[in-house]
Design a protein around this ligand. Structure first.
Ligand code: UT7
Length: 353
């Protein structure tokens, strides 16, 4: 039976390093608060007007494509996961295609909007396309330029100190080698608390999902007028991400172990069999909690949030790429990727490397 294997992997993070002390110049926060709550020491921010989410993705993609021993012209499908796209539409997939100079082949480009678990969703979709025989060389990208839309002041400190910019990419190809490649993937969602980690506007909601409709400053129902963005939305910060951090944290520490354990069980494995767990880098405390619950030792879990912050859809491919570059993932290792975030959506992928 055909499986998908990661034939090439790469990542790119911008050069500009912003430490916690740097952020403290713009808002009432401290290195101590940020490190204690999240483990983050610094993050990278892209250069405005010179870099975009798609260009970050393109840099990671070129490395992945080269390492896969293929060329951009040979890529037969693109899947791009991000919550911070270049434009509201079209999606960044086609912009990436243009950046890579592969428009002549007119291949399809799909955008995935599953935030922190975007890369897991994207990889799982790519895996189905490979297994079905539809495509043979899929570029899967997770990229974020959060710095273009965060509120760098005290009102936004609960969110803005956590996120960073970066991109990771893999090239997925078929393999007939028994027991190799992606062994299983599992995807979940529960929209009950969709607004708990959200960016509400611009959007069509018009207050529909909210008890206090006045808060957005929308025109009356019968009046023609914009509800996509109003002055009140701008003034009151609804253009920025909102996060009920404590509730997200509580749900994450339950769902991470659950989905890791169940996707391993589906292939007859247990957490003890994991050679490397790459958890979405949301918060070092969440990763440490998951590690403890699953009784994993330090060598079995890879974290790099300390250097890059939470890069959402990019965090798993960046961490996977870095772990691989550092020789921490070897041939035949059992690798588990897992994510939880906005939606809520969560999932995991089990790979025999
Ligand atoms: O990747 C997507 C998924 N996201 C997550 O998984 C995030 C999960 N949640 C978390 O990581 C944590 O909840 C946070 C790190 C976001 C926040 O930590 P917390 O311990 O839940 O803090 P909090 O939001 O309850 O805030 C505690 C206090 C508040 O002050 P008061 O009300 O106690 O006076 C905040 O105003 O800390 C204050 N605060 C800050 N202080 C200094 C919030 N942000 C900051 C800040 N610097 N940056």
């Amino acid at each position: 039976m055909t499986h998908s294997r990661i034939a090439g992997i790469g990542h790119y993070v911008p050069d500009n390093i912003y430490t916690n002390e740097d952020l403290a110049k713009f808002m009432d926060t401290s290195d101590e608060w940020i490190q204690e709550r999240t483990g983050i020491k610094e993050r990278r921010f892209a250069t405005k007007h010179e870099e975009t989410t798609a260009t970050l993705g393109a840099r990671a993609s070129r490395i992945a494509i080269e390492r896969a021993g293929t060329t951009a012209e040979e890529i037969d499908f693109i899947i791009f996961a991000t919550l911070s796209p270049d434009y509201y539409f079209p999606g960044s997939g086609v912009i990436l295609q243009r950046e890579l100079g592969i428009t002549k082949t007119e291949i399809g480009a799909l955008d995935v909007r599953n935030q922190c678990s975007g890369f897991i969703y994207a990889l799982s979709v790519a895996d189905q396309f490979i297994k079905s025989g539809m495509y043979k060389n899929i570029l899967v990208v997770g990229a974020e330029m959060h710095s273009s839309g965060l509120e760098f002041n005290t009102r936004g400190r609960g969110v803005s100190v956590i996120f960073g910019d970066g991109a990771g990419a893999v090239v997925l190809q078929p393999t007939d080698e028994a027991g190799k490649g992606i062994l299983n993937s599992e995807l979940h969602s529960d929209g009950t608390n969709a607004e708990m980690l959200s960016l509400l506007s611009p959007g069509s909601h018009g207050g529909y999902h909210h008890d206090d409709k006045e808060q957005f400053g929308f025109p009356d129902k019968d009046q023609l007028g914009e509800i996509f963005v109003t002055q009140k939305i701008v003034d009151d910060g609804f253009l920025y991400p909102h996060m009920d951090g404590k509730s997200v944290f509580k749900k994450a520490v339950v769902k991470f172990p659950e989905v890791i354990t169940s996707s391993l069980a589906a292939v007859g494995k247990t957490p003890a069999d994991i050679d490397m767990l790459i958890p979405h880098q949301a918060n070092l405390r969440i990763s440490q909690f998951v590690q403890k619950v699953l009784k994993l030792n330090d060598d079995q879990v890879f974290n790099n949030i300390q250097k890059y912050g939470n890069t959402t859809a990019a965090s798993i491919p960046i961490a996977l790429s870095e772990a691989w570059e550092q020789g921490k993932i070897k041939d035949n290792d059992l690798v588990c990727l897992a994510a939880f975030g906005s939606g809520f959506t969560w999932g995991s992928v089990v790979i025999s490397w």
